[in-house]
Design a protein around this ligand. Structure first.
Ligand SMILES: Cc1cc2nc3c(=O)[nH]c(=O)nc-3n(C[C@H](O)[C@H](O)[C@H](O)COP(=O)(O)O)c2cc1C
Length: 180
């Protein structure tokens, strides 16, 4: 069975979480992890499970302007923020809009600031909604992984992401034929 983990990341947190989820999935799946720019239709078509994640920007998915704001914040004198190698790439929202119809399994995650979701927002919600709109069946509730206000992943979140990967791998088995 193949899983494709697609992420958007400006500062590397969502990329790191994607890698940890992939490690958890590897118990049951052959896993490919790619930034949005490399998530081709061919990779999507070959995947039995699609896992999509992005940082929460302005309570939801990033936009061109929020990504510019993120890049400007990193460029400020004295900033400790470092741009991810793929930060200049396209965002998750555009990728999801162009995603073809799929009848496979999928799930969504995000990174966001540690706080009450009603105040922080969660990018995983619109990701899940768009995946469903394209015909995907969600195997698990969308998940958030938390960062500090300085945008560093909180202690324990990498491990939690790995465990979540194992959980969604196990949950997905109940949807797949026994031989898969
Ligand atoms: C422009 C911008 C807007 C943001 N808006 C929110 C927000 O509304 N809610 C939230 O929880 N975090 C927000 N954040 C924090 C990011 O979600 C958080 O830093 C995330 O972990 C970054 O992921 P990345 O390192 O993969 O880019 C925002 C960050 C930026 C740069």
């Amino acid at each position: 069975m193949r899983a494709l983990v697609v992420y958007e990341s400006m500062y590397g947190n969502t990329r790191a979480v994607a890698g940890n989820i992939a490690d958890g999935l590897r118990a049951d799946y052959e896993v490919t992890v790619v930034p949005v720019a490399e998530a081709t239709a061919e990779l999507v078509a070959r995947a039995d499970l699609l896992v999509a994640g992005a940082p929460t920007h302005m309570h939801g998915l990033s936009s061109t302007s929020s990504r510019q704001m993120a890049a400007q914040a990193a460029a400020k004198d004295g900033s400790e923020l470092r741009l991810d190698p793929d930060a200049g790439g396209p965002g998750m929202h555009g990728w999801l809009k162009d995603l073809g119809h799929g009848d496979g399994l999928a799930t969504a995650f995000d990174t966001r600031i540690n706080g009450v979701p009603a105040f922080t927002g969660r990018a995983s919600r619109p990701i899940a909604k768009l995946l469903k709109r394209h015909g995907y069946r969600l195997t698990a509730a969308p998940a958030s992984f938390l960062v500090s206000s300085q945008s560093t992943l909180l202690d324990g979140e990498a491990d939690r992401a790995r465990r979540w990967g194992m959980t969604i791998a196990a949950a997905s088995k109940t949807y797949l034929p026994a031989h898969a």
